[in-house]
Design a protein around this ligand. Sequence first.
Ligand code: AMP
Ligand code: GLY
Length: 425
Amino acid sequence: MEKAGKRILVVGSGAREHAIAMGIRSGENDRDVIVAPGNPGMSEDVTVRSDIPEDVAEGAEWIASLEPDLVVIGPEKPLSQGLGDLLKERKIPVVGPTREAARIESSKVFAKKRMQAAGIPTAQYQVVSNPEETRELCRTWGFPVVLKADGLAQGKGVSVIQDPDGLEDAIERFFVKREFKEAQDLIYLEKGLSGPEASFIVLTDGKKFIPFPVARDYKRIGEDDRGPNTGGMGAVTPLDFWTDGDQSEACHIVERCLWSLSKVGSPFVGFLYAGLMKTEEGLRVLEFNARFGDPEAQVLIPAAGDSYCDMLMSTASGTLDTGHRMIADPRVAVVMASRGYPENPETGYFLDGLDTARQIKGARIYTAGVSIKDGRIVSSGGRVLTATGEGALLPDARRVAYEAIGKIRLEGGQYRRDIGIVNPR
Ligand code: AMP
Ligand code: GLY
């Protein structure tokens, strides 16, 4: 393929990858930005290549044939399958950890061990292998406790347990129904913590890192955090409870984590995401992810401004310049999901109003679960799109995001109305 400017490939298909790709294009028009497999809602902004093979070995071959100057891997699955390693072997610059370093997300027990070795504060845990052992440990610790599956379970392999009924329910799901299949080859119980949560995400070349502004996501489907967990129904940045002290504690946690991974021969290159809880005793790590959060990416990537692509390039070459500054403006992301999501999303409905929403000053639209029918965009997944708003103050950002999502028409489309409200109740 002919190319004039740099060719950059983003692997993935959701709103996060749309945001990553738009961030790369920011400030330069001669960059050839390809998203694979992408989705048709992105095609006005970037080149969409849906023909990437799903198998990672074939995918790496296919990527190499495009001769990209840089590859950014969005989702956890190809990372945990070693796409990063296969690209590195071909000397292709890549933002995304090796399979071994990605274990910080793909094995929660591995993450716990690295945290213990590095003195990173996290909840006490113990691997459990049967219901009786789980009950016994719960009697010793008292409620709340949390039962977790070790492997990747799309954020679902976690059960926060408040009382004996909840414990029996979780035991049924984990040990009897084995709901999380191969993700639950190992199961562990940990002590329950309480406090507000924060997503602290950094871009790192393995040694140096640049933190994005702090954000939070909204995991539950319903307002006031009710109903089942989802892939994320919204996000907001910044957070009113976050202090300078929290910022330095969080940076210290990331430093320790990077040190700990390097020590076992798996330096981490890419986006490292620390899911934190601010308890009365200080910050505690709930989980690490080996990639950008979704929908956190939709509110955070614009903070990198026009330097974003340079930051990614220097990350891949191990020469990240930590002098880059983030533009920490308030931003709010609201996700539109299909009716029936997360259990049984109804799809195949026409989506209208995208262009009108995009015209609103300060708004951006990032598409996810969409496809093409009769030449028009239709919903094809649970989370259909994210509308974001930016403003001088958080309420301005909120107003813009809701104005934008209000222009979208989707039969049965649902979204939360309480994203970004400061101090709800
Ligand atoms: P994780 O995937 O491990 O981040 O867990 C998903 C969600 O479960 C978190 O965002 C928290 O809301 C909750 N959670 C996880 N671990 C704990 C814990 N030790 N105490 C209280 N809540 C937790
Ligand atoms: N928003 C949480 C995640 O991406 O895991």
